[in-house]
Design a protein around this ligand. Structure first.
Ligand code: PLP
Length: 372
């Protein structure tokens, strides 16, 4: 591996996760892979290409530009844009055969009479995007509205979906969202409205609520080998492992301070390693004096503040040389450092930790499978 900062992306583990997910959901449910935000930092073109290779032809992204990037890399299949689109995107959407999300009446006006593929988004409780439908009392109104969209010849309805606000944490609220959505699609069916594929579940929804699978599930975080909640029979393998290396080793004396603001004071003579990663690479400053890394098979503590481009680790009692690789999260030959553990220390979720890994960290795609 190069002596630089790099994120090793295991394509094998990604494919393993895809195949495990397919087994989990069964043959009657489609798997859409969510590869927005450059596949949560992993590299959307590379992973989507691998997914195409194992028969996945449904992708979800946030923006029109993200969708076009996939097409430029010859990614095949349906690409659904979850987010907003603009009037002037219409030509590109048609040229690249993209599918948009219709979330509001304003979206309908943007389409005018252009022939376009779309999924309709229903807001069943998150109060974010989608047509408002928080109560069964509104079932008639929402059905009417969808019927109107259905009659427009310009719009080719390929799907209808909702999104869960708290599938990982709140059973009652998620169940209410599932019931609302289920009532809606049954009513549409009864009225002879062909809505295409109905879908609701993100990773947590997929793994926790079998009855929320409908025709398709939209999985992001679990496909990257990170679970949005603890304890699951489903055990994916981590796809990204973030590494730096030791660029300097130095001896300091008892009483010396380490790093900006002198937040760490040595209470004995110490050996510290300086690592070539900092918050400009996506290492949260919250890890200062809190986090740990794996180096040469040992777990070593972060000492002092995380700087922009470096941080220091305590290697007083372990054998470390200049040039040794340092694992921040993911796995090396000996240790696993779950992204979730890092997220907990930073007071955030695993999504933010993955998305924070900056472009200056090289992505290296490897096919060597994880030992686990
Ligand atoms: C990001 C996103 C997902 C994927 O969520 P995960 O929790 O990563 O599985 C699914 N659906 C929509 C609409 C999203 O924006």
């Amino acid at each position: 591996m190069p002596k630089t900062r790099f994120a090793k992306i295991s394509i094998d583990n990604y494919i393993y996760n895809i195949e495990s997910l397919q087994k989990f959901i069964g043959p009657n449910t489609k798997l859409m892979l969510v590869v927005k935000a450059n596949a949560y930092g992993h590299g959307a073109p590379e992973l989507s290409k691998a997914a195409n290779g194992v028969g996945i032809f449904d992708f979800g992204v946030a923006t029109v530009d993200e969708a076009i990037e996939l097409r430029q890399h010859k990614i095949e299949g349906n690409i659904l844009v979850f987010g907003n689109f603009k009037n002037h995107d219409m030509d590109k959407i048609i040229e690249h055969d993209l599918t948009v999300t219709i979330s509001s009446k304003a979206d309908l006006r943007k389409i005018k009479d252009r022939k376009i593929k779309a999924h309709i988004k229903i807001d069943t409780g998150m109060s974010r995007r989608g047509f408002y439908y928080h109560s069964i009392d509104d079932l008639g109104k929402i059905t009417q509205l969808i019927h109107k969209i259905y009659k427009k010849t310009s719009i080719d309805i390929k799907g209808i979906y909702t999104h869960f606000a708290s599938a990982d944490t709140n059973y009652d609220f998620t169940s209410k969202q599932i019931d609302l959505f289920k009532n809606l699609i049954e009513t549409l069916k009864d009225n002879g409205i062909d809505y295409g594929h109905a879908h609701a579940a993100n990773s947590a929804g997929t793994l926790k609520y079998k009855h929320a699978h409908f025709d398709m599930v939209r999985v992001g975080i679990a496909s990257y080998g990170v679970l949005p909640f603890e304890q699951s029979v489903f055990k994916p393998k981590p796809v990204m492992s973030l590494y730096g290396f030791v660029i300097d080793i130095k001896k300091i004396k008892s009483g010396d301070f380490i790093g900006y603001d002198r937040t760490y004071r040595a209470i004995r003579d110490m050996t510290i390693g300086v690592v070539n990663l900092g918050y400009a690479d996506g290492i949260f400053r919250m890890l200062s004096n809190k986090g740990h890394v794996s180096v040469n098979g040992h777990i070593s503590k972060i000492v002092g503040r995380i700087s922009m481009d470096t941080f220091s680790i305590d290697i007083s009692d372990i054998d470390v040389k200049q040039g040794d690789e340092v694992l921040i999260f993911g796995y090396d030959k000996i240790n696993n450092i779950p992204v979730n553990d890092v997220a907990k220390l930073c007071g955030t979720n695993s999504y933010e930790i993955l998305c924070a890994v900056k472009n200056r960290v090289r992505r290296i795609y490897s096919f060597e499978p994880n030992k686990n």
